[in-house]
Ligand binder design. Structure first.
Ligand code: SAH
Ligand code: SF4
Length: 392
């Protein structure tokens, strides 16, 4: 882990920004490039195994490739792993990772075990929440990710590497096999939620390429049904996603069931109001037959009155959606508060009475700034305070 008091600018290993990282390539693209280098086709499988099964982070580690090939690959492709800067683990074993990218930007991922490790049991199914952009341009009023605006889209490899990097971190905790001296390289992450920093559907092409790699049997092999994409409501991209040949799950960050409430807290609603958003959801439903989830953060005095449960139930019924209620996580510097437990339960009860499938999320990681963008914001602020002045 690097120190927080100094920020590395560009990774010294990165000589050129034009070389694509190898983890941004599909198998077909890699095979085509290897054919151009007059390499036998089995080399692609060997390389992919090193990258996705062994999670190699250097060409030198790929010991069954001839040195000459490794050198040639190095001139063709970058291999720039993201770096762990900071990690926070909460009592219920949710872990939050802050990574630095080759250009010094920070992003976050959150690892959530399916069964918290109670009584010493170790959970084997894990969900990873991944980021898709540095910052966010959508500026939802309650969210830390958009506070400093949007910086850039993540590249496919920067999305893919969040999964590999968490698994590398997990590998480091394992004890090596007594005979081979090697550590088992089994998969840790079985589910993905694209709910970290950024608006995934605003980085559509890079996201889809990353998901193709994460889904592929030659890649990470996570089933499309185990991948949930969350969006604040980009209606045209929801329709585009519906036309893709993948069965991803869709979550809509609704947070308000009327245009009046959504307009107050989510500027995106002015561009794609509820009429357009729900029509796009209906299109997704018709094409995929998948149940959609509405994410609904409960914010005190904004969207938590039981009479707002009615229009929400109406929308959920129309779209056959289930509702995931999330108590708001406070963000430093923002005025919003989470409602009392009683008020949260009253809202849940109002929905249940209206025959809606709804859950109230017991926040995992509330104590570790779990909502997206908060750890990055905190770190950026600490760095700004400790960084030496750039003025002469
Ligand atoms: N941009 C996408 C995905 C990232 S945000 C989207 O908006 O859906 C992931 C989820 O975290 C969204 O539902 C978002 O509304 C929620 N979120 C943001 N800030 C939060 C906070 N302070 N407390 C609880 N949830 C928050
Ligand atoms: Fe962006 Fe999602 Fe945060 Fe809104 S909630 S600012 S879309 S990351």
């Amino acid at each position: 882990m690097t120190s927080l008091t100094s920020r590395t600018a560009v990774d010294p290993g990165v000589s050129s920004s034009v070389r694509a990282d190898i983890r941004s390539q599909t198998k077909e693209e890699l095979e085509a490039q290897l054919a151009a280098l007059k390499q036998p086709s089995f080399r692609a499988d060997q390389i992919l195994r090193w990258i996705y099964q062994r999670r190699a982070t250097s060409w030198d580690a790929m010991s069954n490739l001839p040195k000459t090939l490794r050198d040639r690959l190095q001139t063709h492709f970058a291999l720039r792993p993201i770096k762990l800067v900071r990690k926070q683990g909460s009592r219920d074993t949710t872990q939050k990772f802050l990574w630095s990218l080759a250009d010094g930007s920070f992003i976050e991922s959150v690892l959530i075990p399916a069964n918290p490790a109670l009584y010493g049991d170790v959970s084997d199914r894990h969900t990873l929440c991944v980021s898709t952009q540095v910052g966010c341009a959508y500026g939802c009023r309650f969210c830390a990710s958009g506070l400093d605006g949007w910086k850039r889209n993540l590249l496919p490899d920067e999305i893919v590497d969040q999964i590999l990097a968490v698994e590398r971190w997990n590998d480091e905790q394992k004890t090596p096999d007594t005979e081979t001296g090697q550590k088992p390289a089994d998969r840790l992450i079985s589910n993905l939620v694209i709910m970290g920093m950024g608006e995934p559907l605003a980085n559509y092409d890079n996201l889809l390429k990353a998901l193709r790699i994460l889904n592929a049997p030659w890649g990470v092999g996570i089933g499309a049904r185990k991948i949930t994409i969350s969006t604040s409501g980009l209606a045209p991209q929801i329709r585009k996603l519906a036309d893709e040949p993948f069965q991803f799950r869709l979550a809509i960050s609704l947070h308000g069931a009327t245009d009046e409430t959504r307009n107050k807290i989510m500027p995106v609603n002015r561009k794609y109001p509820l009429k357009e958003l729900t029509a796009a959801c209906e299109y997704y439903l018709a094409h995929k037959g998948k149940m959609i989830t509405f994410e609904y953060i409960l914010i005190a005095g904004v969207n938590d009155s039981p009479d707002q449960a009615k229009p929400l139930a109406h929308l959920a019924q129309r779209l056959n959606a289930k509702v995931n209620l999330i108590p708001y996580n406070r963000v430093e510097g923002l005025p919003w508060e989470r409602p009392s437990d009683e008020r949260q339960r009253a809202f849940l009860n109002a929905l249940t009475k209206l025959k809606i499938t709804a859950t109230l999320r017991v926040e995992k990681g509330h104590d570790i700034d779990a909502a997206c963008g908060q750890l990055r914001l905190k770190t950026e602020r600490e760095l700004a305070e400790t960084a030496p002045s750039t003025k002469p």
